[in-house]
Design a protein around this ligand. Structure first.
Ligand SMILES: *Cc1c(COP(=O)(O)O)cnc(C)c1O
Length: 415
């Protein structure tokens, strides 16, 4: 082949586009850790205090789960070998799904669960398959503006595949959503929302949304990635915490955050789950997660449901209260949140990056979160707590943040 002299435009475009990102302070960087996910991380040979993972209960490096993974591999091997509908569906998956459904059975009548390798795939599958319940062009999807990227992509894919109408709404303005639904004559309406907003930490108004869903015959799809394991007395998630029960709920939980392992699930009435198995393309055409992972997750659910899980949630809630009571900034903005996600909004990308760098120099790992993950002009530090953090860990962080804010304000006034 003698085509080395042909113009190679794509490479030039890639380099230019990356340079553009760099100049806007939007280029992201990977950092490889040498240590397991925990409150201390070994990065680039340095030991950092990490306040950035979603391992809220501190289970990602739990000895019982490490043992369960080894045991699962002994019992089931390391790979599933095929998609679930071919031959990859193991008893380990089946048992996990039963356990997951039992967590929601008081909130969703006739609940069944379907396990996925990631939350991203669970969301793509659920939204696209549900939109196919109605004839082309006759579904409406109401999607909250601050929803997670995987919900947004699921909605976009459903719009492309099923010609569904997409209507964006502000989750803090339920009355406006009411007005939109009132004038909608489509036979299938789906409201799509994060249970806990992943970059702000606030909760969706589930009860109000459920009333609307009932009034206008809509489905309510709740992505509880940051609530499962953490919210509710037993850690069953936002439906337990809000004490709701409805056959209109499509509940999605992820298992790589509080559950500490990886994967996700959709839980809904049996017929909806059956429909996902029939028509959910990402489910159908993807290799089943290794059964050893499902086996490990069963153990993780046992811990979540046990006294130990309750103690871990109590520790997390103690940390959240300390932060709310004791973290006072002079100028920086604390976002009102009652969850383990506690963002500090700094506005410009430069400010957020500068603060993250100072934190790094002080021995902390708290990355700056920038657009498009958050809206323009709201770059922030996203601070998250784990049950493995001590009160002393948190109070030291509060002192460090106070000192860094003071330093940044002093620098600004001397410029
Ligand atoms: C993390 C996250 C997901 C994706 O889950 P993965 O299992 O990491 O793919 C989906 N939705 C929300 C709200 C999330 O925060």
């Amino acid at each position: 082949m003698k085509n080395s002299a042909a113009p190679f435009n794509a490479l030039g475009l890639a380099q230019e586009n990356i340079a553009d990102l760099e100049s806007q302070l939007l280029k992201r960087k990977l950092r490889a850790t040498h240590s397991p996910c925990d409150t201390k991380a070994l990065v680039d040979g340095r030991k950092l205090k990490a306040f950035c993972s979603n391992d809220y209960l501190g289970l990602a490096n739990h000895p019982k789960l490490i043992k369960a993974l080894a045991e699962g591999a002994e019992k089931y091997g390391v790979g599933s070998g095929a998609s679930h509908l071919i031959s990859g569906h193991s008893m380990a998956h089946e048992l996990l799904e039963q356990q997951l459904a039992s967590f929601q059975k008081q909130h969703i009548p006739n609940a069944k669960a379907l396990f996925f390798s990631t939350g991203y795939l669970a969301n793509l599958t659920a939204i696209t398959a549900l939109a196919k319940l109605a004839p082309q062009g006759s579904a409406s999807i109401y999607s909250a503006k601050l929803n997670h990227a995987s919900l947004i992509d699921g909605v976009r894919l459903a719009a492309a595949q099923s010609k569904a109408s997409v209507i964006l709404f502000d989750h803090t303005e339920v009355d406006a959503l009411n007005a939109l639904l009132k004038n909608d004559s489509n036979p299938l309406k789906i409201i799509v929302i994060d249970g806990v907003f992943s970059m702000d930490g606030d909760l969706a108004p589930i009860k109000k949304l459920l009333l609307l869903a009932e009034q206008y015959d809509a489905l309510l799809l709740v992505d509880d990635a940051h609530g499962f394991g953490v919210l509710g007395k037993h850690g069953h998630g936002i439906l337990e915490q809000e004490n709701v029960n409805s056959d209109r709920i499509i509940y999605i939980g992820t298992l790589g955050k509080a559950a500490g392992v990886g994967g996700a699930f959709v839980c809904a009435q049996e017929s909806f789950i059956e429909w996902l198995i029939q028509k959910g393309r990402p489910f159908i055409y993807s290799t089943a997660t290794p059964p050893a992972i499902a086996h490990t997750l069963s153990k993780s659910l046992e811990i979540i449901d046990s006294n130990e899980g309750g103690n871990r949630r109590a520790q997390l809630n103690k940390l959240i209260r300390i932060w709310q009571d004791e973290m006072h900034f002079a100028k920086w903005e604390k976002v009102p949140s009652c969850t383990a996600i506690q963002p500090v909004v700094l506005g410009s990308n430069a400010n957020a990056l500068h603060a993250a760098k100072l934190l790094d120099a002080a021995g902390y790992w708290i990355p700056a979160i920038r657009p498009p993950t958050v809206p323009q002009g709201s770059a922030r530090l996203r601070i998250t707590f784990s049950a493995n953090h001590s009160e002393t860990d948190l109070r030291q962080l509060i002192d460090t943040l106070n000192a860094i804010e003071k330093q940044v304000i002093d620098e600004e006034t001397h410029e």
